[in-house]
Design a protein around this ligand. Structure first.
Ligand SMILES: [Ca+2]
Length: 439
């Protein structure tokens, strides 16, 4: 065949596939309390994650990827709504039976994609309210299967205590057998993908692990050099492999964007049962980098360049607008959405820059390019308890936030402080309430 004919055929093929108009599938794999270092390709010295490493080598690794809160519910509120968590009234952690939940009128990623006829499933930890009006089934998901909050939270049924397992709006097991939970989430996820292979789908797979208490199935007990925590991550890695293998086996890899990240940094007080954020400072509950910067990998063969690394600031709040853009769906226009479309970053364009001139950490710190400013009193879970002063770090030179350079750069301090004050005022002015049950 001549080169020319080849070119023409290629052109016809490309045009046809462009006009096939097939909306892409989206999968978010969201782990719980997994630290920045707890993936092989993010530098773990002892945890083996061949599937995540392969995902990164076929896709894009994000080195500066942020969540919306250093704790579970706030982080999930941000992911689901594309907003800073204080804006949607869910900054903290919700407990079982809470009368508060993500407001039913908030528009989740699932609801955005529903406009375009997506099949949607939430499998795993929800943690945005377990009372009926707050469940995933009331927030745009066709199907829910999972533990509705953290696995260390417990309810009492007929004298037995522990977290429940739910299918849609019913408790189907109590207390849930957590040893098999990662495996069962994976099986449910695969069933959902296979069932919906011929239509666009959105799968939100939010693992219960590696939040303590750690549980792992028989096949993975004792496999890791990093002890039980490593076993748990290696089972999650297996799960990622199962999902990607299913996508490939169904021939969906050129039409499916898969995002892997964690909800907040490692719970360092748990010692060997918690993760590591090295080389970042601190972990969960704090807005040091270790609390809110997480390992992130995005995968879409043919669309996201293989072996690419993005060092621009990006965040979970950006997924809603980015998915909406790719699906041809509308981002809500009647309210403020903080996230931005980062499709140009995913395409690996050299000139692509973060759409965030400033990224805000939990109303307490701000990053502008290389600079990060903490207001006085930043929370810390490591070392002696003492009130920290105003801090300025140069993250380019000091990724571990060790050297406070506030005295050296008063102009930078002034600028970042003004931005942060403005952000705090703006959020207080334009925040929306959480959902509340009166009785
Ligand atoms: Ca968490």
């Amino acid at each position: 065949m001549s080169l020319r004919l080849n070119c023409i055929l290629l052109l016809i093929f490309t045009t046809l596939s462009l006009f096939a108009g097939k909306s892409p599938n989206f999968i978010i794999i969201f782990t719980d309390d997994q630290g920045y270092q707890d993936v092989g390709c993010f530098g773990s010295p002892s945890i083996k994650t061949p599937n995540l490493d392969r995902m990164a080598s076929e896709g894009m690794k994000f080195t500066d990827f942020y969540v919306g809160a250093p704790v579970c519910s706030g982080s999930r509120a941000s992911l689901m709504t594309g907003c800073y968590c204080h804006r949607v009234g869910i900054p903290g952690v919700l407990f079982p039976n809470s009368k508060i939940g993500l407001h039913p009128k908030e528009i989740t990623i699932a609801e955005v994609l529903k406009q375009k006829g997506y099949a949607t499933a939430c499998i795993g930890k929800w943690h945005l309210g377990d009372r009926k009006p707050f469940l995933p089934t009331r927030q745009g998901f066709d199907y829910y299967f999972g533990i509705p909050y953290s696995n260390d939270m417990s309810i009492s049924i007929n004298g037995a205590k522990g977290p429940p397992l739910m299918r849609n709006e019913k408790i189907i097991e109590h207390p849930v057998d957590q040893d098999t939970i990662t495996k069962r989430y994976t099986e449910e996820a695969i069933r959902f993908i296979v069932r919906n292979k011929n239509r666009p789908f959105f799968l939100y797979l939010a693992h219960t692990m590696p939040h303590v208490p750690l549980h792992v199935s028989e096949n993975f007990r004792g496999v890791s050099a990093r002890g039980l925590y490593g076993d748990v991550i290696e089972e999650i890695d297996w799960s990622v492999g199962q999902i990607l293998t299913t996508i490939r086996a169904l021939g969906l890899e050129r039409n499916t964007l898969v995002v892997f990240t964690s909800d907040n940094g490692p719970w360092l007080a748990k010692g060997e049962y918690g993760g590591s954020a090295f080389p970042l400072r601190d972990g969960k509950f704090t807005w040091f980098e270790g609390g809110m910067r997480l390992p992130c990998i995005m995968w879409w063969p043919g669309k996201i360049p293989a072996r690419s690394v993005c060092r621009e600031i990006a965040a979970t709040i950006d997924l809603l607008p980015t998915f909406a853009h790719l699906a041809g769906a509308k981002v809500p226009q009647d309210r403020i959405i903080d996230g931005k479309n980062i499709w140009s970053l995913l395409q690996g364009k050299k000139e692509a820059k973060s759409p965030h001139d400033a990224y805000y950490y939990y109303m307490q710190a701000v990053r502008v390019g290389r600079w990060k400013l903490h207001l006085p009193g930043s929370r810390t879970t490591v070392g002696p308890k003492r009130k920290l002063p105003l801090l300025l770090f140069d993250l380019e030179r000091d990724i571990g936030e060790k050297h406070n350079v506030a005295d050296k750069y008063p102009k930078v301090v002034k600028k970042l402080k003004a931005l942060l004050e403005q952000h705090r005022k703006e959020i207080r002015r334009n925040k929306r309430p959480p959902g509340r049950i009166l009785k």
